[in-house]
Design a protein around this ligand. Structure first.
Ligand code: ZN
Length: 220
């Protein structure tokens, strides 16, 4: 039993030698393979490493750009939602307060013609205007009579003369203190923030004189 063990121990160096020989042979083989790799392949391998690093860097830049873009898109979407909400609220206010002009009336100053919610919801505040009055007489209209610049007949309670560069002809206009009108006439002296309100008789043009009033351009 004891001897048998010794024998097996004696065999060990032989096994070790075999292993060494076989390892040696393997190393030599590997060395041959390394020598057979062309130099260009090594360069390609290192370029591959650089380009993969660059790709990581480009990837990071792209990620930052994408984050900025995503943030901008989100902000734009929020803005659009907010604008839609405001427009919806505005439409609801307009629906609840419709603008219903009454052109069948005698023009006179009245505190009842205030810029209420129906005016502010449907109109654009153009600010203060100098208000004067005219009729179809020679002195006021110089031969044009009751023909307006837009081809209509001058009608009290509807016709006003404006500067078309300030208020487009055909616009509905609300003059605080005097009510609703249509911009359908022009006048040589009616420039910038001046409005001439048509009246059917000359005496009342004198008695109403000159006024200053807030003017609103109404939606059609
Ligand atoms: Zn007149």
């Amino acid at each position: 039993m004891h001897f048998k063990k010794m024998k097996s121990l004696l065999c060990l160096p032989a096994i070790a030698l075999c292993a060494t020989l076989s390892m040696g042979s393997a190393s030599a083989h590997d060395a041959n393979i390394s020598r057979n790799i062309p130099a260009s392949d090594t360069s390609v391998a290192s370029i591959g490493m650089i380009s993969s690093n660059e790709q990581v860097a480009i990837g990071l830049v792209r990620t930052t750009e994408e984050m900025v873009r995503a943030r901008e898109e989100l902000a734009a979407r929020k803005e659009a939602i907010e604008a839609a909400k405001i427009a919806e609220e505005q439409a609801a206010i307009q629906a609840a307060n419709p603008y219903t002009p009454n052109y069948q009336r005698i023009v006179a100053y009245s505190p009842a013609h205030t810029a209420n919610q129906s005016i502010t919801a449907n109109g654009i505040d153009l600010g203060k205007f100098k208000i004067t009055f005219y009729c179809a007489c020679e002195q006021c209209s110089g031969g044009y009579g009751n023909n307006t610049a837009t081809g209509t007949k001058c009608t009290e309670g509807r016709t006003i003369a404006v500067d078309p560069s300030v208020i487009p002809l055909g616009s509905e206009v609300f003059i605080e203190g005097f009510g609703s009108f249509v911009a359908e006439d022009t006048g040589g002296a009616i420039k910038q923030n001046k409005i001439d309100i048509y009246l059917s008789d000359h005496d009342r043009c004198y008695s109403l004189g000159v006024a200053n009033a807030n003017v609103y351009l109404m939606n059609k």
